[in-house]
Design a protein around this ligand. Structure first.
Ligand code: ADP
Ligand code: MG
Ligand code: MG
Length: 893
């Protein structure tokens, strides 16, 4: 039997999302529960996939099924599609894929109107203006969606007709004028579409279905999917639904309501309502709507019903809902419900509140939170003590502070951002065609539209600060004016999405604070996670910050960062340039106390927790000045001398010194430093450096222990590829430790381990494990060497292309390549533990703070992940999610 492409709303349910799309599945679910949803049916996503398989032809039999469904709909509504005698059946044709992609694909309203049915609608409603206005909207929407005609061609006609009348609405326009306007619309349609406006309602429907399928691949939908990592091959469903009218007069209207505040998470109806308006008007941000409480004032009964329905839906879906509704002559209709998009702050508050309300379990709440959301919560806000040049105030649509230069056009925003400029995108209102500009911008400011306008919804979804509906500002071309001041393109501007403030210039920002809800949630995370979370830190400030965020130790301290300060680099240079062992020893003796105090700082910040210190990793020439600069200095020295500008007689001396430096830099130069004399290779060839570091580690430990601090040092040898390398250096560490501890009469447990970052080390992990107390996967280098990419070259050159063209699913330096690099890690852990069952293993690359990579670490049986301080809370959550997810699988399996 051929598959069925059409399902009536009462046949479907919420579980059928992938087949019916989110919108269709939820319309079906609401219908099943007896909520007032206008009747209709859904064309499945199967049909859309078929459509693309057959190069843009509707699948065979679809139109027949649609015709039958339309017959059923006619029966349900007691109206005729294309009927002229009484009220004609009109429908909306709405897209809707599995993932909600607000406004990215197309919807057509009032389909079924033509020159004849419009008369039927005028008669049956008794409101000719209403009927013509619906027709006008339909021609415009149909033209736009099906034939790509820009709406400006229609809007112009509308506005010039409006300016010829006395009132600012067309409610009382005489019939002849309406006829004229409709004729102008049809003309405009014909001239841009290259064909007359279709009068056959069945043809209208078929064209509309095609257009919705096509809109799956329009550029804004594609951009949105990329940004949200939604696969391209899911396809969209098409929902065909009887129209209801919010534009029949003042006891009608349309609105969008959230069951909780999507910005803060506060419980209570939160939304907007537009009297005498049709659906699109609210979301398009064309008129700034009233708060939904307006409905409570004008229609208390309808409001109460809405409130009850909202509660019912929230309980049913066990999540905050974003609901579209229309009131037609005081009767409430529901047109959509979905889990509402929300800010990070709201998402945490809602999840925690739902647990307290007994609706969710703690584990469910943890699984609800997107790790990306936590990332945003740890963003900075405007320092409240700063004096600000506040220019205007709009609606606080998406929190967070952003600063950038003003740009008034999405294309330009994208270009400037690509060139490295931070920009704030400023628009009267945004629409889906601006999506690339929103992605590129630090934040978005609009002068029109409410909290549910396109700009607000999209910005919240992306976690970008947004201020919208800032009606005080007057936008012209490339500038806006407010209170006698002007902000031009390129001027610096800040916005505060938490308060709605628009501020001239850049503003001081403060560190994020964790809300009580977030702290509670992370506590739940700690209760169930199995991975420990360490941090990568090489100074006490970062270490303390990380500890505040819940870090349980330092997984990676990169000691090279301690070599780079202005005060130290001359000493480091002297050490590198030393011609004799004595000279080198002298320089190292000067570095020793500095290193020692570094480690003391870390131990104090991390008292009682492990501190993993990696011995020096990069090649030495990284600490020397740039060769080209030295050569330039030499030639300018020479030319100064030849023009007699060198007063003192130090020319010869200076020249000699420079030449010495150049010789040394040249000698240390490597064709491929990433694969050169670095890490343990350097430590073996020049043992004094590592010896000094080990001394500093233990002397610092001895000092701290005497102060009562609990010190747990773990010494990590980088870049081991052969077991012998580790063996030599491990013995050196033990020798030094023994000597120093004995001299101090102290005992101190410590560990010596290695980074696994050379594929050979992963392959020989059993041999290496016999010399190691722990393994730490340095996934940055391990990825470089497994793929054979040098990160700097790859990211600057081909990697973006690879990801864009889906040659690679992700940038492997951001998301761990579990198939390749992950295979090495799993094999290595297993081999290592086959020799040493209690071998401690973790990861310390940038992947340690990334969700999918953390899931992998959990399943590979690692003991810990280590990430930058600000990602510690994210890692705690992701580790808990991984634990919860693997348990769920285990139960259901
Ligand atoms: P989106 O996914 O972009 O929100 P929708 O398909 O939900 O697009 O429709 C756009 C607007 O049209 C919404 O405001 C919706 O409520 C309204 N709408 C859709 N179908 C109908 C209908 N049958 N009657 C009245 N309004 C409708
Ligand atoms: Mg909608
Ligand atoms: Mg490395």
């Amino acid at each position: 039997m051929r598959e069925k492409y059409v399902m009536d709303f009462h046949e479907g349910s919420a579980e059928m999302k992938s087949l019916l799309g989110g919108k269709g599945a939820n319309l079906a679910e609401m219908t099943r529960h007896g909520l007032p949803v206008p009747p209709g049916f859904t064309i499945t996503t199967d049909a859309c996939r078929r459509y693309y398989e057959e190069d843009g032809k509707l699948p065979e039999g679809l139109i027949d099924e649609v015709a039958l469904a339309m017959k059923r709909l006619e029966g349900a509504k007691n109206q005729t599609f294309g009927g002229v005698e009484s009220a004609p059946l009109l429908v909306s044709v709405r897209s809707g894929s599995v993932h909600s992609m607000p406004g990215m694909m197309d919807t057509i309203l009032n389909l079924g109107l033509n020159d004849r049915t419009v008369e039927g609608l005028a008669r049956s409603s008794g409101k000719p203006s209403f009927a013509y206005d619906c027709y006008r909207r339909f021609i415009q929407m149909f033209g736009e969606v099906v034939y790509g005609i820009e709406n400006i061609y229609f809007e112009q006609l509308y506005h010039s007709m409006k300016s010829n009348t006395d009132t600012d609405s067309l409610d009382h326009l005489p019939q002849e004028d309406w006829q004229t306007l409709i004729n102008q619309y049809k003309k405009a349609f014909a001239s841009h579409a290259g064909r007359p406006f279709p009068q056959d309602v069945h043809e209208q429907l078929e064209l509309a279905i095609n257009a919705v399928f096509r809109s799956w691949n329009n550029s804004r939908a594609v951009v949105y999917r990329r940004a949200h990592r939604i696969p391209d091959d899911l396809g969209t469903a098409v929902n065909i639904q009887a129209m209801v009218f919010g534009n029949l007069g003042d006891d009608c209207g349309t609105g969008v309501v959230f069951t909780r505040n999507p910005s803060t998470g506060e419980k209570g109806l939160y939304g907007e309502y537009l009297i005498n308006a049709q659906g699109e008007d609210v979301v398009a941000g064309i008129r700034t709507p009233l708060p939904v409480s307006e409905l409570e004032r004008s229609q208390p009964e309808t409001y109460r019903q809405l409130l009850a329905t909202c509660e019912q839906l929230e309980k049913h879906y066990r999540d905050m809902q974003d609901i579209e509704f229309t009131v037609e002559n005081r009767k409430l209709y529901l047109l959509q419900t979905r889990n509402g998009k929300r800010t990070a702050q709201a998402s945490v508050k809602i999840a925690v509140d739902l647990v307290h309300e007994g609706i969710l379990s703690r584990t469910e709440a943890l699984l609800r939170i997107e790790t990306g959301h936590l990332d945003q919560l740890l963003h900075r806000a405007i320092d409240s003590s700063a004096t600000l040049d506040v220019l205007a105030k709009g609606l606080p649509a998406s929190p967070g502070a952003a600063a950038g230069v003003a740009v008034f056009d999405a294309d330009k925003a994208e270009q400037w951002a690509k060139a490295g400029q931070k920009v704030i995108l400023i628009r009267m209102e945004t629409n889906p065609d601006d999506i690339h500009g929103v992605i590129a911008a630090e934040g978005v400011l609009t002068s029109r539209g409410g909290m549910t306008s396109h700009a607000a919804v999209v910005a919240r979804g992306m976690g970008k600060p947004c201020v919208c509906g800032c009606e005080e500002i007057r936008i012209e071309q490339d500038a806006f004016s407010v209170g006698g001041q002007t902000v031009k393109e390129g001027d610096w501007l800040s916005i505060d999405g938490a308060t709605g403030r628009v501020i001239r210039g850049t503003v001081p920002l403060t560190e994020p604070e964790m809300s009580a809800e977030l702290l509670e949630l992370l506590q739940w995370a700690d209760d169930i996670r199995e991975l420990k979370v360490y941090t990568n830190a090489d100074n006490p400030a970062d270490a303390s910050k990380a500890r505040e965020f819940g870090a349980e130790g330092i997984g990676l301290c990169r000691t090279e960062h301690m070599f780079m300060s202005a005060e130290r680099s001359p000493v480091v240079q002297a050490m590198i340039l030393a011609e004799t062992a004595e000279e080198r020893a002298a320089a190292l003796q000067r570095l020793l106390p500095m290193q020692q105090s570094d480690f003391e700082g870390l131990y104090r910040a991390m008292s009682g927790l492990p501190v993993t210190i990696r011995l020096l990793d990069p090649p030495l020439h990284e600490f020397l000045p740039d060769l080209e600069q030295l050569q330039e200095r030499l030639s300018s020295l020479d030319s100064a001398f030849s023009t007699g500008n060198n007063e003192d007689n130090r020319y010869g001396e200076e020249r000699e010194e420079l030449e010495r430096l150049i010789r040394k830099v040249k000698r240390l130069h490597e064709a491929n430093p990433m694969l050169g004399q670095r890490g343990c290779r350097l430590g073996i060839v020049l043992p004094e450096i590592y010896e000094m570091q080990v001394q500093a580690i233990f002397q610092a430990a001895i000092t701290c222990c005497s102060e009562g601090i609990r010190v747990i040092p773990e010494i990590m040898i980088p870049l081991v590829g052969h077991p012998r390398e580790l063996e030599i250096l491990k013995e050196m560490v033990h020798r030094e430790a023994k000597r120093l501890l004995a001299a101090a009469g102290q005992e101190l447990p410590y560990k010596v381990g290695t980074m696994i970052e050379v594929p050979r080390a992963a392959l020989l992990s059993d041999q290496i494990a016999s010399h190691a107390d722990f393994f730490s996967y340095g996934t940055n280098d391990l990825t470089q060497m497994t793929y054979g990419y040098s990160r700097d070259d790859a990211e600057g050159k081909f990697l973006a292309y690879y990801v864009e063209n889906r040659i690679l699913p992700e940038n492997p330096f951001e998301v761990l390549d579990t198939e390749g690099v992950g295979q090495l890690i799993e094999m290595s852990v297993n081999k290592g533990r086959s020799v040493k069952p209690d071998l401690k293993a973790g990861i310390c690359g940038e992947h340690g703070g990334e969700k999918n990579s953390i899931f992998f670490c959990h399943s590979a049986g690692l003991d810990y992940v280590s990430c930058s301080p600000y990602r510690v809370p994210i890692a705690r959550l992701a580790a808990a999610q991984a634990a919860a997810a693997s348990k769920t699988v285990a139960y259901s399996g």
